[in-house]
Design a protein around this ligand. Structure first.
Ligand code: SF4
Ligand code: SF4
Length: 399
């Protein structure tokens, strides 16, 4: 496969940029790969009927429009962003890029996170209203500069109550009726099996974006729920497939991206994956999976070894919650830790910590924790103490 980097994008890409307006299909020559577009593996996104390549772009941390164009040039057509990513800059960047393309050739998904949801219980509060939800949706549409989005997710749902939140679900259904949203869905990275089962029961959801990777301790349960969702016609998109990206805080032990993506795609109920991409090297890795999802013995071995290590990824099994004498949202704090050290995404870690409101030293004065508090044997106290220092950094310094 030809090496993809900024330099050869500029060399081969600039001249052809005008030709990519009509469709993504005509632009493959920009980044010739060893296999052509006809080799791309597609799956159907449930009852939506949309055919998607098995690899899509998680845009969350990306800030380079050339990388988005390179994805399109290589057959990736589905882009996943959110109202809250990069304080809106992420949606704006996508909107600016997509202005030059045929809108119907691109599948855009965004997410809106309702206010007032209790981080620990996932339950709605007084501030969880349709009015706030719609205000944020309009903000997203303005940034994206589009008449419609293909998929609108209710962002970060962890309770059955939010799956069935009357006001917000009604607002989302109305947006679908009005044609401003083609399909409605939920994104979930805590209590996924319960959330997905509730979506199946509710009957009106089109798509679920679920955490799915080889480190999850309740994988069997999650896979059963995903199967029920797929059988009911809900399209399933997998996120967090890289399990934090690294196994250690120092980032010396990377998780093999190709093996992790392929592992997720062995589950045929998963339509597509949204690996976060921030560089051309990452794109190049992910493109290998676009046309080949068969796992080699070596890749299987890598997954086996990685799954035996604690890593940075908290599975949100919640086993630590009742043991925490300070009633802290430990899994969310572990997630902030992973954002900072695994993804080097300080902005995301900072904004999550700000939402949690747990302050600069939540474990001060408590020494109750042992590594047995955590299923993965994390030293929870030291991780919380470490990551919580971030809230003392002035927001202007966080990028
Ligand atoms: S050290 Fe922190 S996480 Fe552990 S029990 Fe105490 S408050 Fe909870
Ligand atoms: S910190 Fe450990 S026990 Fe708590 S949710 Fe995460 S993996 Fe489970």
């Amino acid at each position: 496969m030809t090496k993809i980097n900024r330099r050869n994008f500029l060399r081969t890409g600039a001249a052809g940029a005008a030709s990519i307006m009509a469709s993504t299909g005509g632009a493959f020559a920009m980044f010739p790969s060893s296999k052509g577009p006809s080799d791309i593996i597609y799956r159907t996104l449930g009852k939506t009927g949309i055919r998607l390549p098995v690899v899509s772009m998680g845009v969350m941390r990306a800030d380079n429009p050339s990388l988005v164009r390179a994805c399109l040039d290589n057959g990736i057509i589905h882009f996943d962003t959110a109202n809250g990513y990069q304080r809106g800059r992420n949606e704006k960047m996508l909107g600016d890029v997509f202005r030059d393309y045929d809108r119907s050739s691109i599948i855009v998904a965004t997410k809106v996170k309702p206010e007032g949801v209790d981080q620990r219980t996932g339950l709605p509060g007084d501030a969880t209203t349709a009015e706030d939800f719609l205000m944020k949706f309009e903000e997203s549409m303005q940034r994206l500069q589009m008449d419609y989005v293909d998929i609108l997710y209710l962002h970060s749902v962890s309770s059955v109550e939010m799956v069935n939140h009357r006001e917000i679900t009604r607002a989302m259904k109305n947006l679908k009726k009005e044609g401003r949203v083609k399909y409605i869905g939920i994104s979930t990275h805590t209590n996924e099996p319960e959330v997905i089962d509730a979506m199946v029961k509710a009957g009106f959801w089109d798509v679920v974006l679920s955490r799915y990777n080889f480190t999850l301790s309740y994988l069997d349960k999650l896979e059963e729920s995903i199967k029920r969702a797929a059988e009911s016609g809900i399209g399933v998109v997998a996120m967090k497939t890289m399990s934090g990206g690294f196994l250690d805080r120092e980032r010396t032990k990377p998780i093999d991206a190709v093996a992790a993506l392929k592992w997720a795609l062995q589950n045929e109920n998963i339509c597509t994956t949204i690996p976060g991409m921030t560089s051309f090297d990452m794109l190049e890795e992910d493109l290998k999976v676009l046309t080949d999802i068969n796992m080699t013995d070596d890749e299987m071995k890598k997954i086996l070894i990685a799954s035996g290590e604690p890593g940075l990824f908290c599975t949100s099994c919640n086993n630590c919650l009742e043991k925490c004498t300070g009633s802290l949202p430990v899994p969310d704090l572990m997630r902030a830790y992973m954002y900072a050290y695994g993804y080097v995404n300080m902005e995301k870690a900072y904004s999550l910590l700000s939402e949690l409101g747990t302050g600069p030293d939540p474990c001060a004065g408590c020494s109750e924790c042992t590594i047995d508090n955590c299923t993965k044997q994390f030293d929870i106290r030291s991780k919380i103490t470490d990551i919580s220092r971030l809230v003392n950094v002035p927001v202007d310094f966080i990028t």
